[in-house]
Design a protein around this ligand. Structure first.
Ligand code: CMP
Length: 139
Protein backbone atom coordinates (compact mmCIF):
# COMPACT_ATOMS: atom_id res chain seq x y z
CA UNK A 1 0.00 0.00 0.00
CA UNK A 2 1.06 3.59 -0.56
CA UNK A 3 1.87 5.02 2.88
CA UNK A 4 3.79 7.90 4.43
CA UNK A 5 6.82 8.20 6.62
CA UNK A 6 8.70 11.01 8.31
CA UNK A 7 12.32 11.97 7.58
CA UNK A 8 14.84 14.44 8.99
CA UNK A 9 17.95 15.53 7.11
CA UNK A 10 20.19 16.15 10.11
CA UNK A 11 22.59 19.07 10.82
CA UNK A 12 25.72 17.20 9.67
CA UNK A 13 24.16 16.79 6.21
CA UNK A 14 22.77 20.34 5.88
CA UNK A 15 26.18 21.68 7.02
CA UNK A 16 27.90 19.77 4.21
CA UNK A 17 25.31 21.02 1.67
CA UNK A 18 23.92 17.52 1.14
CA UNK A 19 20.18 18.29 1.29
CA UNK A 20 19.94 17.62 -2.44
CA UNK A 21 22.15 14.52 -2.38
CA UNK A 22 20.04 12.96 0.38
CA UNK A 23 16.76 13.89 -1.29
CA UNK A 24 17.97 12.47 -4.63
CA UNK A 25 18.69 9.13 -2.97
CA UNK A 26 15.24 9.13 -1.35
CA UNK A 27 13.58 9.89 -4.68
CA UNK A 28 15.62 7.28 -6.53
CA UNK A 29 14.47 4.76 -3.91
CA UNK A 30 10.87 5.38 -4.98
CA UNK A 31 9.85 7.90 -2.34
CA UNK A 32 8.09 11.18 -3.13
CA UNK A 33 8.64 14.31 -1.00
CA UNK A 34 5.08 15.47 -0.23
CA UNK A 35 6.11 18.02 2.44
CA UNK A 36 9.44 19.66 3.24
CA UNK A 37 10.74 22.53 5.34
CA UNK A 38 14.14 23.68 6.60
CA UNK A 39 13.99 24.67 10.25
CA UNK A 40 16.18 25.29 13.28
CA UNK A 41 15.00 22.98 16.06
CA UNK A 42 14.65 24.49 19.51
CA UNK A 43 16.04 22.59 22.49
CA UNK A 44 12.43 21.91 23.55
CA UNK A 45 11.52 20.51 20.14
CA UNK A 46 14.58 18.23 20.04
CA UNK A 47 13.94 16.97 23.55
CA UNK A 48 10.27 16.40 22.80
CA UNK A 49 10.89 14.66 19.48
CA UNK A 50 13.45 12.29 21.01
CA UNK A 51 11.62 11.84 24.36
CA UNK A 52 11.50 8.08 23.70
CA UNK A 53 15.31 8.09 24.15
CA UNK A 54 15.42 10.27 27.27
CA UNK A 55 16.91 7.55 29.49
CA UNK A 56 19.60 6.61 26.96
CA UNK A 57 23.18 7.77 27.67
CA UNK A 58 23.37 9.62 24.33
CA UNK A 59 20.17 11.66 24.81
CA UNK A 60 21.82 14.93 25.89
CA UNK A 61 24.44 14.83 23.14
CA UNK A 62 21.80 13.86 20.59
CA UNK A 63 19.63 16.87 21.49
CA UNK A 64 22.69 19.17 21.35
CA UNK A 65 23.64 17.80 17.95
CA UNK A 66 20.12 18.10 16.55
CA UNK A 67 20.04 21.79 17.51
CA UNK A 68 23.58 22.50 16.21
CA UNK A 69 22.32 23.68 12.81
CA UNK A 70 19.36 23.57 10.45
CA UNK A 71 17.48 20.39 9.69
CA UNK A 72 15.10 19.59 6.84
CA UNK A 73 11.94 17.79 7.96
CA UNK A 74 10.08 15.90 5.26
CA UNK A 75 7.06 13.70 4.71
CA UNK A 76 7.80 10.91 2.23
CA UNK A 77 5.16 8.94 0.37
CA UNK A 78 5.50 5.66 -1.47
CA UNK A 79 4.80 1.96 -1.55
CA UNK A 80 5.57 0.65 1.96
CA UNK A 81 7.22 3.99 2.78
CA UNK A 82 8.51 3.21 6.30
CA UNK A 83 10.44 0.13 5.17
CA UNK A 84 11.51 1.65 1.89
CA UNK A 85 12.98 4.64 3.73
CA UNK A 86 14.72 2.49 6.34
CA UNK A 87 16.24 0.37 3.58
CA UNK A 88 17.71 3.36 1.74
CA UNK A 89 18.90 5.00 5.01
CA UNK A 90 20.94 1.97 6.10
CA UNK A 91 22.00 0.95 9.61
CA UNK A 92 22.06 3.57 12.40
CA UNK A 93 25.84 3.33 12.56
CA UNK A 94 27.34 4.25 9.16
CA UNK A 95 30.12 1.73 9.85
CA UNK A 96 27.49 -1.04 9.76
CA UNK A 97 25.47 0.35 6.84
CA UNK A 98 25.35 -1.42 3.48
CA UNK A 99 26.97 0.10 0.38
CA UNK A 100 24.61 2.37 -1.54
CA UNK A 101 22.69 3.48 1.54
CA UNK A 102 22.52 7.14 2.60
CA UNK A 103 24.37 6.53 5.85
CA UNK A 104 27.14 4.49 4.22
CA UNK A 105 27.68 6.95 1.40
CA UNK A 106 27.14 10.26 3.22
CA UNK A 107 27.10 9.98 7.02
CA UNK A 108 29.91 10.73 9.47
CA UNK A 109 29.23 8.79 12.69
CA UNK A 110 26.54 7.04 14.73
CA UNK A 111 25.40 10.43 16.04
CA UNK A 112 26.02 12.52 12.90
CA UNK A 113 24.27 9.90 10.76
CA UNK A 114 22.69 12.36 8.29
CA UNK A 115 19.09 11.14 8.42
CA UNK A 116 16.31 10.09 10.75
CA UNK A 117 13.43 7.93 9.59
CA UNK A 118 10.35 6.66 11.39
CA UNK A 119 10.63 3.05 12.56
CA UNK A 120 6.91 2.16 12.31
CA UNK A 121 3.74 3.46 10.68
CA UNK A 122 2.39 4.40 14.10
CA UNK A 123 5.48 6.46 14.91
CA UNK A 124 5.42 7.96 11.42
CA UNK A 125 1.94 9.37 12.08
CA UNK A 126 3.06 10.80 15.44
CA UNK A 127 6.25 12.29 14.02
CA UNK A 128 4.50 13.81 10.98
CA UNK A 129 1.96 15.47 13.30
CA UNK A 130 4.81 16.81 15.47
CA UNK A 131 6.06 18.99 12.59
CA UNK A 132 3.33 19.36 9.96
CA UNK A 133 -0.27 20.50 9.69
CA UNK A 134 -2.45 18.57 7.22
CA UNK A 135 -2.53 21.54 4.82
CA UNK A 136 1.28 21.53 4.54
CA UNK A 137 1.27 18.01 3.04
CA UNK A 138 0.45 17.91 -0.66
CA UNK A 139 0.42 14.43 -2.14
P1 CMP B 1 17.81 8.34 14.92
O1 CMP B 1 17.24 7.38 13.94
O2 CMP B 1 17.55 9.77 14.67
O3 CMP B 1 17.30 7.97 16.39
C1 CMP B 1 18.06 8.24 17.55
C2 CMP B 1 19.41 8.77 17.25
O4 CMP B 1 20.34 8.74 18.31
C3 CMP B 1 20.06 7.93 16.18
O5 CMP B 1 19.42 8.13 14.94
C4 CMP B 1 21.51 8.40 16.27
O6 CMP B 1 21.76 9.54 15.49
C5 CMP B 1 21.63 8.83 17.74
N1 CMP B 1 22.59 8.03 18.49
C6 CMP B 1 23.70 8.51 19.05
N2 CMP B 1 24.36 7.54 19.69
C7 CMP B 1 23.65 6.41 19.53
C8 CMP B 1 23.81 5.07 19.97
N3 CMP B 1 24.87 4.68 20.70
N4 CMP B 1 22.88 4.16 19.61
C9 CMP B 1 21.80 4.53 18.87
N5 CMP B 1 21.59 5.81 18.45
C10 CMP B 1 22.51 6.73 18.76
Amino acid sequence: AVTRTFSIIKPDATRRNQTGAVTKMLEEAGLRVVASKRIQLSKEQAEGFYAVHKDRPFYGELCNFMTSGPVVVQVLEGEDAVKRNRDIMGATNPADAAPGTIRKELAESIEANSVHGSDSEENAATEIAFFFNDDEIVG
